[in-house]
Ligand binder design. Structure first.
Ligand SMILES: [Mn+2]
Length: 208
């Protein structure tokens, strides 16, 4: 994408890198970074398949997520499920972070989510989101969000399945979110599917 400006939103700094499947013009992958009154909604979405129909499903999900950003992640998945029933469906991982750093995250399908702690004293140093099988719009598993308290400097990385799963080794915490996203995409884009990497650093607020 090559966007180099620093992206900040209340409490976070973020970066995005994405590329459509080779030969395709549109991507079925999409993301959300949306502030609401008490926090921030983050999401990476992968519309099933590639091309226009996948992009339509992803766009529908993104518009619902933005419109109802303040809702819980469970209720957002349910909304998207209803909204995508006429589409090809989508997989997605959502994280809602409030002003105190309380994060609630939930993944349906195979959009990877990793939390890398900024403070070396925190154990575990890395946490991979456990994903639930399913396809939003077709079949939902039991919805249970995982709750984590973020600390200043924590880093979140979301990657769709067009990015190889071993991307973590190329996440350098010292770099800006945009630089991390660009590097992960460059090194781990599989080349047979759309790929998207969303990187968010939690900066904390004055509300601690
Ligand atoms: Mn995909």
């Amino acid at each position: 994408m090559g966007i180099k400006t620093r992206k900040v939103s209340p409490g976070i700094e973020w970066g995005i890198a994405a590329r459509p499947s080779p030969g395709k013009v549109v991507s079925g992958d999409a993301y959300v970074v949306k502030a609401f009154a008490n926090g921030e909604l983050l999401a990476a979405v992968d519309g099933l398949g590639q091309g226009n129909q996948a992009a339509t499903a992803a766009r529908t999900a993104v518009s619902l997520l933005k419109k109802y950003a303040a809702d819980s992640v469970v209720s957002l998945i349910k909304r998207c499920h209803r909204g995508l029933m006429m589409s090809r469906g989508a997989v997605m991982t959502l994280a809602s972070v409030d002003l105190h750093g309380n994060m609630s995250w939930l993944g349906i399908g195979n959009v990877q989510g990793i939390l890398l702690r900024g403070d070396p004293a925190v154990i575990p140093a890395t946490e991979r989101l456990r994903l639930h099988g399913g396809l939003v719009g077709y079949q939902l598993p039991k919805l249970e969000a995982r709750k984590v308290a973020l600390q200043q400097g924590d880093l979140l990385v979301f990657a769709t399945d067009g990015i190889s799963e071993d991307f973590q080794a190329d996440v350098d915490r010292e770099h800006s979110p945009q630089r991390i996203a660009d590097r992960v995409l460059d090194r781990h884009f599989k080349g047979n599917d759309d790929g998207l990497v969303l990187v968010v650093r939690y900066l904390g607020g004055e509300h601690e």
